[in-house]
Design a protein around this ligand. Structure first.
Ligand SMILES: C[S@@+](CC[C@H](N)C(=O)[O-])C[C@H]1O[C@@H](n2cnc3c(N)ncnc32)[C@H](O)[C@@H]1O
Length: 264
């Protein structure tokens, strides 16, 4: 049976494998994590392995200042910063921050008086993000170890929640939305890129863990995703961009990369 822990362990190992290709073993910080289950594929299946930052919609002037390998390491499916409207001085949280790409871009936008927190559950990804932070000299960014379903972030402390191609990987999306709502200040903004499906994906297709780790099989039906955000307390929930992503193996469902915004 595919339990929530099995899914998380497989997702973690998949992204750990990806991060290890950019790390020396000595750079990996030994955080205490649940023992990962078998990897979903030998190489580690991941989202958007071939999409460059430009293909994801980022403007060259925004990404140009970052080292090329950080730009190449983005595993997102869109550009959540394009709908975030970040302002100097804001506190920003990135759910599933990976190697830190969106955090570094956000850090530039919020400036010296702002602060950016990335949260990720994969020690290898956090190790890479911390290494990248040192290389870029970003001094207004931190990365925290945790699950996006139980955020290590205090209530009502964040102006904008970002996320790029991560919530589809969560086996408990309503919990992620409740946590995003909890940590946002009143009036705060939820601005994410993510994958949704045109229908509910059948359990048998969802159990394809390789497809799940590739950000396809775990996608919610779009209307359910939006309803779960509303149920968490968000208002003005809307999709502001939608491009085709991939068909779901073993299902008639299709997925879309969407930009979703909402307000607390
Ligand atoms: C597809 S990658 C996206 C990384 C980053 N947002 C980007 O655009 O490059 C997914 C990331 O989310 C993390 N992740 C997946 N599920 C998570 C969860 N439940 N809690 C915390 N992090 C999670 C993985 O470790 C991985 O770093």
């Amino acid at each position: 049976m595919t339990t929530e822990n099995t899914i998380r362990d497989s997702v973690r190992e998949s992204y750990a494998a990806r991060a290890r290709t950019f790390l020396n073993p000595a750079d990996i910080i030994p955080l205490t994590a649940a023992e990962p289950a078998a990897c979903c594929s030998a190489e580690g299946a991941c989202c958007a392995t071939s999409a460059s930052a430009a293909e994801q919609g980022y403007k060259a002037e925004d990404v140009g200042a970052l080292p090329a390998d950080i730009t190449e390491m983005t595993l997102g499916c869109g550009d959540p910063l394009s709908i975030a409207g970040l302002q100097p001085g804001q506190r920003v949280l990135d759910l599933g921050s990976g190697a830190g790409f969106d955090c570094f871009l956000a850090a530039k936008k919020v400036g010296d008086t702002g602060w950016v927190i990335g949260v990720d559950m994969t020690p290898e990804m956090l190790s890479l993000a911390w290494k990248n932070a040192a290389r870029t000299g970003a001094h207004n960014v931190e990365f925290r170890y945790g699950h996006i379903e139980h955020l290590p972030v205090e209530a009502e402390s964040i102006d904008v929640v970002l996320s790029n191609c991560v919530i589809n990987l969560s086996p408990d999306k309503p919990a992620v939305f409740r946590e995003a709502f909890r940590v946002l200040k009143p009036g705060g903004k939820f601005a994410v890129s993510d994958i949704v499906a045109d229908r509910e994906i059948e359990p048998a297709a969802q159990a394809n863990i390789g497809s799940y780790c590739e950000c396809v099989a775990g996608a919610s039906e779009e209307s359910k995703y939006l309803a779960d955000l509303s149920a968490a307390g968000f208002r003005e929930v809307r999709v502001t961009g939608r491009v085709p992503y991939a068909d779901v193996p073993g299902s008639g469902a299709k997925t879309w990369s969407v930009k979703v915004e909402a307000l607390k």
